[in-house]
Design a protein around this ligand. Structure first.
Ligand code: GDP
Ligand code: MG
Length: 437
């Protein structure tokens, strides 16, 4: 694991008073090895560590910073630089804005198309239209239709049409008619680079003049991802990269070297199959994550994106009146779940990622609680006080749980309510962040 390897490389400097040519040599070598093992090409790794070394040796000695800390800082900055330095916004010019999605089969194009549509749909003044231009597999069109329905975005599908260029053009005409100002075109991929596929995407590009051509690549494919990126870029001259499946067991090489290889920015990272699990790519934050420093910023942003002000106000009122009930509880659970996979969320907290990496935390963690709440009648949910022994027995039965589980859950709920009551008294004013409990 890259984070751990880098950490142990930094440890070599422990006890050193300052950095010099001699004591830094081992650390630099360790960093280079760690990068190569994470699927970073040797030449890039060498160039990287040479730069780190120059910077470290040239650095003025500041007594309050240890050489180890200094190295972490330098490596973090250089990692961020390698991945593009700063974030790159998506180009939404054009009337309508046309975004073409390209990549190999299975890389995550259709999933990403849905996520991007969902992402844009949540913005003011953006009305996306999804287009199924994968004409070879009816299942691919159906997949996009299902996603579109789920996120409540319109989709253009022509089941009988065998001309992907025509479908894209028809969709744009339709978007103009219906006032959709962003058109996202999901294309067909092949399992490997293939001339017919490239020609087709190139033809769509020529016909629709997209403001963005996003190349989607599975980060788990490591160095292959980088080679594929090269081939697509030579042919399509794409505008940005989308790294998918970063939630999986990826070694990081693709994220680290794609920008260097094709000189095109990574614009989005996709982690998981949930439509909400899309993040703008921030090199700095990714570097922090690689170094095991966590990514609190992204976590907070995810929370804010799911945060519904009206709902929060309503909740605050209920808490003030000491009327927080099981319906509210369930709503809160759902909000948290929408933020993404629980384990990914926890991993964004500094230090936690490493601690939980071998623990199996699934999204089912809340299942038992939800089952119990679902087994309550609407009346019980709104009036937790009426839930007596016989009702508890019934709830246990209905949810497949033990009465003890129900009792424990009820007790927790009571304690939570008491805490809320105490907070009310103490503060008397507004709540901090009602969306997060
Ligand atoms: P396409 O062939 O390029 O359109 O790829 P799909 O969007 O159909 O995705 C292929 C498979 O990868 C599907 O099973 C997706 O659910 C899955 N997938 C897509 N993106 C992600 C991701 O970010 N993380 C994970 N774990 N799976 C993903
Ligand atoms: Mg697809």
């Amino acid at each position: 694991n890259l984070s751990e390897r880098l950490e142990s490389a930094f440890k070599q400097l422990k006890g050193e008073g300052r950095i010099n040519e001699i004591n830094i040599a081992t650390t630099v070598k360790e960093i280079r090895r760690a990068l190569v093992d994470a699927d970073v090409n040797y030449k890039i790794a060498k160039e990287f560590t040479d730069k780190v070394k120059d910077k470290a040796i040239g650095e003025k000695v500041i007594t309050s910073v240890s050489p180890g800390q200094l190295m972490v800082k330098i490596v973090k900055d250089e990692l961020a630089e390698l991945m593009g330095g700063k974030e790159h916004e998506i180009d939404l010019s054009g009337k309508p804005t046309v975004i073409l999605i390209a990549g190999l089969q299975g890389s995550g194009k259709t999933t990403f198309s849905g996520k991007l549509a969902n992402f844009l749909n949540s913005k003011k003044n953006k009305k996306p239209l999804l287009v199924a231009a994968d004409i070879y597999r009816p299942a691919a069109m159906e997949q996009l239709r299902v996603l579109a329905e789920q996120i409540k975005v319109p989709v253009h599908i022509e089941l009988e049409n065998r001309d992907a260029v025509a479908i894209a053009q028809n969709a744009i005409a339709l978007a103009k008619q219906n006032g959709n100002n962003v058109v996202i075109i999901d294309t067909a991929g092949r399992l490997a680079i293939d001339e017919a596929m490239m020609t087709e995407v190139a033809n769509i590009k020529a016909a629709v003049n997209p403001s963005e051509i996003l190349f989607v690549v599975d980060s788990m494919t490591g160095q292959d991802a980088v080679n594929t990126a090269k081939a697509f870029n030579d042919r399509l001259d794409f505008t940005g990269v989308v790294l998918t499946k970063l939630d999986g067991d990826t070694r990081g090489g693709a994220a680290l070297t794609i920008k260097y290889t094709v000189d095109k920015p990574i614009k989005f990272v996709s982690m998981g199959e949930k439509m909400e699990a899309l993040d703008i790519f921030y090199p700095e934050r990714m570097a922090q994550r690689i170094l095991g420093m966590g990514d609190i910023t992204t976590l907070v942003e995810r929370a804010q994106a799911q945060f519904d002000e009206a709902q929060a106000k309503k909740l605050e009122k209920k808490i003030r009146a000491n009327k927080f009930d099981f319906d509210d509880f369930k709503e809160q659970l759902q909000q948290i779940k929408k933020m993404g996979n629980i384990k990914d969320l926890l991993a964004m907290i500094p230090g936690v990622g490493k601690a939980i990496k071998d623990i199996d935390i699934s999204d089912d963690a809340f299942k038992g609680i939800e089952a119990m709440i679902n087994s309550m009648t609407p009346y019980e949910r709104a009036n937790p006080d009426v839930i007596d022994t016989s009702r508890r027995k019934r709830i246990a039965k209905g949810s497949g749980k033990d009465v003890n589980d129900v009792n424990a859950f009820m007790k927790q709920f009571e304690q939570m309510k008491q805490m809320m009551g105490m907070m009310n008294k103490m503060k008397g004013g507004g709540m901090g962040m009602p969306g997060m409990m």
